[in-house]
Design a protein around this ligand. Structure first.
Ligand code: CP
Ligand code: NVA
Length: 300
């Protein structure tokens, strides 16, 4: 069978995604019980980071160690990645030495090209277009709290960015309704949205998008690589803050998620992120468990 990659949520079937979430919950349980489970003994994961990270790096590195393997951090500053070695060559060389490769980079095309030439599984740990690993953790968190997400209404408020695009794919794969509110010039990619059909609706009024939602999600207004646009975006997105007024539009038992890092007082108020409806700390922890399930799925 040809090498499986995880570049977007569409790379796994609906069944595989559900099984992966189940496995993530099992692995979390084993971990809680202090049981050693070394399904990836002596396996090596290379982690290429062209952008900063706290959660992604720590969760992948910890996950590999807990599964009996090893994770190797590679930065463009001190590898040939930063000196222009062709992606095709790096992919062929690295995949002859390690068992899987995780990449966080800018252009999504870059990771696609890398995967094309890699004989080992490639994992997207965030590109400008998608952040699928975060969605595994978000879905695990929902399933733990509420069971199946099928038929639920999720409201994504803010920028039509990599997180928003991965929520669109999640709506397709996990079969939920997604209401996205963005300023008119920050809508998600039209083709990605169109592929989701009538499951996804676009709004310009955040309060309308939040009405009746079972889950409210937001993300930073300026993503990594957009730092220079920060002050302009702060003005454009001012009405798109997740605050008490917005959460009051959602269902009474709605949950709040944010992939973190968060800017309290910008895209979300401190009150909401610290509210009992907020499950952001479970969501962050679940990066570890969901990615352990992903690593097993791709490598065992
Ligand atoms: N949510 C997330 O991917 O966090 P990091 O940027 O810290 O990895
Ligand atoms: N949209 C954010 C997510 C960070 C985890 C970014 O790309 O910077």
């Amino acid at each position: 069978m040809s090498t499986r990659h995880f570049l977007t949520l569409m790379d796994l079937s609906v069944d595989e995604l559900h099984q992966l979430i189940e496995r993530a919950m099992e692995l979390k349980h084993l971990q809680r019980q202090g049981k050693i489970h070394e399904s990836l003994k002596n396996r090596v994961l290379a982690m290429v980071f062209e952008k900063s990270s706290t959660r992604t790096r720590v969760s992948f590195e910890t996950g590999m160690v807990q599964l009996g393997g090893h994770a190797m951090f590679l930065s463009p500053r001190d590898t040939q990645f930063g000196r222009g070695e062709p992606i095709e060559d790096s992919a062929r060389v690295l995949s002859r030495m390690v068992d899987a490769i995780m990449i966080r980079t800018f252009e999504h095309e870059k990771i696609e090209r890398f995967a094309e030439y890699s004989s080992a599984p490639v994992i997207n740990a965030l590109t400008d277009l998608y952040h699928p690993c975060q969605l595994l953790a978000d879905m695990q968190t929902w399933f733990e709290q509420r069971g199946d997400i099928r038929g639920a209404t999720v409201s994504f408020i803010g920028d039509g960015n990599n997180m928003c695009h991965s929520y669109v794919n999640a709506a397709r794969q996990f079969d939920f309704r997604l209401h996205i509110a963005t300023p008119a010039s920050y809508r998600p990619d039209a083709d990605i949205v169109a592929a989701a059909g009538d499951r996804v609706k676009l709004f310009e009024q955040p309060l309308e998008a939040a009405r009746g939602a079972d889950l409210v999600v937001t993300d930073v207004w300026a993503s990594m690589g957009q730092e220079e646009e920060q002050s302009e975006r702060q003005k454009e997105f001012a009405a798109f803050q997740v605050n008490r007024e917005l959460m009051d539009q959602a269902a009474g038992d709605a949950l709040f998620m944010h992939c973190l890092p968060a800017h309290r007082g910008e895209e979300v108020t401190a009150e909401i992120i610290d509210d009992p409806k907020s499950v952001v700390w479970d969501e962050a922890e679940n990066r570890l468990h969901a990615q352990k399930a992903l690593l097993e799925f791709l490598m065992v």
